[in-house]
Design a protein around this ligand. Structure first.
Ligand SMILES: Cc1ncc(COP(=O)(O)O)c(C=O)c1O
Length: 260
């Protein structure tokens, strides 16, 4: 791809009519739709205090949700892996997310939702004691990087200071709030003059990058880590495209030395 113009194209998408209070986005908290500025989390919510939550994110582009059913299904699976119960059904969840996009009038949107364990209470050492809570928000689509950087490619640092949290500690296939390894690796990368980071596991195999799965092409073969990462919907889309284009794909362990 020689020219990437995602930002310019999005800037040309006319926004749908919406109430001015939803200009910056919309939120759904305490079972109520609100302007995003009024979307708040109770301070004793275990999601906030203990990162005790599952979440998901989907984007809308030109008014189309990207593989919404796949995201909803993954979210249900993430909740199950952490013993969380979404107070809303899959159909209700989808309806809430659609309503949030509609309220904000956005065609290109960042759509986030989560179920947390809920507010701390006496007896909270037993999961069943909690009342799990649902939160969601929608904002104008946010890019991690701009068109210029995407066109030339980012300078990436393989973190030397931080390893990906082991899958035996927090299951990375369940989308979760444990971002400290990823966030600090980005700060490390930026401080060393790079633009994004990639993390390895404790055996020196590539896992993923903050907010994205990784692929490399070596000797005409497309490769991606088999383990220690989120089973991303974008990753699945790359699998689908590789099959369609008959590109050889290996889902395998990738020692960091393969990049040298
Ligand atoms: C850690 C991590 N890996 C990968 C991804 C990419 O997942 P998807 O393609 O489903 O958006 C994300 C997305 O937020 C992520 O947080």
């Amino acid at each position: 791809v020689s020219v990437i113009e995602a930002e310019r194209i999005i800037a040309n998408h006319e926004r749908m009519p919406h109430s001015p209070e939803y200009e910056n986005g919309s939120a759904y908290t305490q079972d109520t739709y609100r302007p995003i500025e009024q979307g708040v989390v109770p301070i004793t919510d275990a999601g906030f205090i203990h990162a005790d939550a599952a979440y998901d994110v989907v984007s809308a582009s030109a008014g189309y949700m990207f593989r919404m059913q796949d995201h909803i299904k993954r979210f249900t699976e993430s909740c199950a892996k952490f013993g969380l119960e979404n107070p809303y059904s899959e159909a209700q969840t989808e309806e809430i997310l659609n309503n949030l996009v509609r309220l904000a009038g956005l065609k290109d949107a960042y759509i986030w939702w989560a179920v947390t364990r809920g507010e701390l209470e006496e007896g909270d050492r037993v999961s069943a004691q909690y009342k799990n809570k649902f939160y969601a928000f929608v904002t104008p689509y946010m890019f991690i990087h701009g068109d210029e950087l995407r066109t030339r490619g980012a300078k990436v640092k393989i973190s030397t200071e931080f390893k990906r949290i082991p899958k035996e500690s927090v299951d990375p296939t369940a989308k979760n709030f444990h971002w400290m390894d990823m966030k600090l690796s980005v700060f490390e990368a930026i401080m060393s003059g790079a633009e994004w980071s990639v993390l390895t596991d404790f055996d020196g195999n590539l896992t993923e990058a903050p907010g994205c799965n990784i692929f490399l092409i070596k000797d005409g073969v497309l490769k991606t880590p088999d383990d220690g990462c989120l089973e991303g919907i974008t990753r699945q889309t790359v699998f689908d495209l590789a099959e369609e284009l008959e590109v050889k794909l290996e889902v395998t362990k990738i020692p960091v030395q393969e990049l040298v």
